[in-house]
Write a protein that binds this ligand. Sequence first.
Ligand code: HEM
Length: 411
Amino acid sequence: MTTTASETAATEEAPFFPAERSCPFSAPPKYTEFREAGGLHKVTIWDGSRHWLATRHEDIRAVLSSPSFSADVRNPDFPLVHSNQPEHEGGLFLRLDDPEHARLRQMLTREFSVKRTQAMRESLLAITDELIDAMLAKGGPVDLVQDFALPMPSRAICTILGVPYEDHDLFQEHANAGTDLNVSHEERARLQHKAFEYYESLVRRKREEPGDDMISRLLADHTGPDGFAPEMMPVLVGILVGAGHETTANMLGLGTVALLVNPDQRDRLRDHPELAPSAAEEMLRYWSIVSTDPRRVASEDVEIGGQLVRKGEGIIVSLIAGNRDGRAFGAGEGECPADELDIARSARHHVAFGFGSHQCLGQNLARVEMQVAWPRLFERIPGLRLAIPTDELPFKKNSIVYGLRSLPVEW
Ligand code: HEM
């Protein structure tokens, strides 16, 4: 069972995780090297602990669909991303295992169903148009992150949940500190506390004066002994707000850059807006923005990619490495290589949303947002271009979610 690959892995040094990208458009070279060598490899994380890293598309799907791995962060061997992440609080459905995870998750799935999110298309288009109008009125150069990529999904998730958008400075600052690994322990704790107080008072207000929104429905139908613990509601709302805007915002910024530096792909999308769904999948695959997750801990001995993972050992999967795996993408006759962008590619089997039972709850929403945003942006501002050279773009370094700090554009 234990093979040559595992012997190599046991003796090789364990480089630091997360590794840096040497080119902002490519996977970190170390992950590519690991993937091409095959098997699992050991990495060292911030607290000095060592865990397995899976980099092949096939191995990642095997890890994420295997009942032998647990997502429960209360396990002392779980590879945490940083010392004071909210995960420490545990108990939320996303950090639980099935069947408890599935029982709680299904209380949220209707809110993010294909039907519900497709029904938002018109209102998302209206938000997109409003933001484009404001950018045009302002005149370039503008920061596309602040003026478009961030407010679009923020306004959408606020509408769904019933969170006042006027409070965006607070929740965006909180979400950003939660993902930026350069932020100090103390500062992150301070912002978490401030955000918790905000969500606590919001939940209290919704309890007293319910509205036609997701928080009010959750409080009415799914809080209590058979649902979410009432004291966890502010944490749950905070996670949904954060995951609901920060991720898509980064995708919108990065996807716009990818289209600007690949004008043939931009023109193709503008001339064929029916390619928007495949373009969104390809962007998700190409960028694979979730840089440090998913992570799991083995609850029993299990073999992955020829490597024995023992009970209690932690494992991290590299979504970017898996999504750039030439065995899974670009292997067919005439297909575009995995490291290149092809908006017409059939990329739906990517793992950018994870895989298995914890696969992204908000994926339908994120998809519609991207499908609406890019075609409209380039239809209305065909001359959109970068206002600074590509090599000066401030890509995020050391962040849980990859993205751009700002994106200066003009037209
Ligand atoms: C492009 C945008 C997005 C990307 C790339 C993304 C990525 C991911 C990934 C990789 C996971 C799996 C984590 C794991 O297995 O441990 C995940 C889970 C999750 N995502 Fe997203 N996400 C996006 C948008 C959203 C949105 C809009 C929401 C809305 C609320 C959301 C809410 C969640 C939740 C609640 C989970 C946990 C699901 C569970 O454990 O059952 N995400 N996401």
